[in-house]
Design a protein around this ligand. Structure first.
Ligand code: GUN
Length: 307
């Protein structure tokens, strides 16, 4: 049990605003040498949640001085037409980053589409070359949500080396890259998932718990070690008391009695994802012109070298 007044509520909005300020400064530096970073966002179909995400990405890009190019395609767009668009974007020197909003309609092979993106423009970090590079410790573009989680952890817990981090979830977008980044930060890392037999006991051993499983309020106080730091990646919409609400994978009110720090939902991890998309776009612009690379090009969290 801890005194609730000593619990740190990690403010993702404020942290994202800091990242976006850093990005804006980098964009100004690039503009001075005649480069305005460009981000192409591709949306196929009209899934309402995806439309909101894409609109927010375009808005944040404009705020940071990044030129955003939106491509909205009808839901019945064929895979060949989408691959053709990606080829054009790959070849366009004004486009530094390409993001294809997921999920894609079922008739399109998501893997084939993601593999078609030039790895140097892959600001999602989903191309196999970047995924492999991350696990090998090469400097590559890294998925935005895990990069944002690392920044929150580094800002709020200081030294991570030697801590036991447990990641709930093994998705390609969050769980696996998160585990790779925590390893880079010298944590001892356990990945648990829906088939793990003693989920709660494993989580109770965590100094750092990252929940990315998509199950509303799965984790309560009984899953937590006293003093744990909790990063809640879940964004789940539920109906409660006749209202629609967003909740995380962690039961926030219950967890407060155990944790030393925790991210809220909303206002925790969410804003960091878009901030790191902007950071990755600037990093991609530099990667495409090696003369502009410097030792500080890669955000500590987003491009690790692992040993
Ligand atoms: N859909 C949900 N999350 C993501 C993401 O991080 N990137 C892309 N491209 N699509 C998504």
């Amino acid at each position: 049990m801890n005194s609730l007044s000593s619990v740190k509520i990690i403010d993702g909005k404020a942290a994202a605003a800091r990242v976006l300020r850093e990005v804006r400064i980098e964009v100004e530096q690039l503009m001075r040498v005649g480069i305005q970073p460009g981000l192409a966002v591709v949306l196929v179909g009209c899934d309402p949640a995806s439309q909101v995400y894409v609109r927010n990405k375009v808005l944040r890009a404009e705020e940071t001085g990044i030129r955003s190019i939106e491509h909205k395609l009808p839901a019945d767009t064929g895979e060949a037409a989408l691959l053709e668009l990606i080829e054009r974007l790959n070849a366009d020197p004004a486009v530094n980053g390409i993001l294809v909003q997921l999920p894609l309609p079922r008739h399109i092979d998501e893997h084939r589409v993601l593999q078609a993106i030039d790895p140097l423009k892959d600001v999602d970090g989903f191309h196999a070359e970047n995924v492999g590079g991350l696990s090998q410790g090469r400097e590559v573009l890294t998925p935005c949500t895990p990069a944002g989680c690392m920044r929150l952890l580094q800002d709020s817990c200081g030294e991570l080396a030697g801590k036991h981090a447990v990641v709930i979830g093994r998705s390609n977008i969050v769980g696996k890259p998160m585990a790779a980044l925590l390893l880079k930060a010298h944590c001892t890392v356990t990945v648990v998932h829906s088939r793990s037999s003693n989920l709660r006991e494993l989580c109770r051993q965590a100094d750092i718990l990252v929940a990315a499983v998509g199950k509303p309020r799965l984790v309560d106080a009984s899953w937590l070690k006293p003093g744990a730091v909790v990063i809640d990646v879940g964004i789940n919409r539920i109906e409660e008391d006749g209202k629609s609400r967003l909740v995380g994978d962690v039961d926030f009110d219950s967890a407060l009695s155990q944790v030393s720090a925790i991210t809220p939902v909303p206002g925790g991890v969410g804003p960091m994802t878009i901030a790191y998309l902007m950071q990755n776009t600037v990093t991609a612009a530099r990667l495409q012109r090696p003369a502009l690379l410097s030792h500080s090009t890669f955000a500590e969290a987003s491009c690790p070298s692992i040993s």
